[in-house]
Design a protein around this ligand. Structure first.
Ligand SMILES: [Zn+2]
Length: 85
C-alpha cells in the first residue's frame, strides 16, 4: 500500500501578502506620463516586476503593464538596460 504524503502549503507564504499600493491610495494613478510611479515597478534591467514580488493586485498589474509598455514606446522608460561586466 502506497500512502502518498500530501504537501502542506505553508501558512506563512499565504499570509504574507503586501497590500496593493494603488488600492491603498486611489489618488495614485497609473498613467504612462507618470514615469516616477511606473519606474518603481520596473526592475533595474528594465523588466516589469512580477505581481508576486511587487504585491500589486491583478487589476492594477494589468493597468500597470499596459502603461509601462505605452511609456516604453514613447521612450519615457527604456526597454532594456544593459549592464556591463
Ligand atoms: Zn490594486
Amino acid at each position: 500500500m502506497a500512502v502518498r504524503k500530501r504537501k502542506k502549503k505553508k501558512k506563512k507564504d499565504l499570509q504574507r501578502r503586501k497590500p496593493c499600493p494603488f488600492c491603498l491610495d486611489p489618488t495614485l494613478d497609473i498613467d504612462y506620463k507618470n514615469v516616477e510611479v511606473l519606474s518603481r515597478f520596473v526592475s533595474e534591467k528594465g523588466k516589469i516586476v512580477p505581481r508576486r514580488n511587487s504585491g500589486v493586485c491583478a487589476k492594477h498589474q494589468r493597468r500597470l503593464a499596459k502603461e509601462i509598455k505605452r511609456a516604453r514606446f514613447l521612450a519615457l522608460i527604456p526597454y532594456i538596460v544593459y549592464t556591463y561586466r
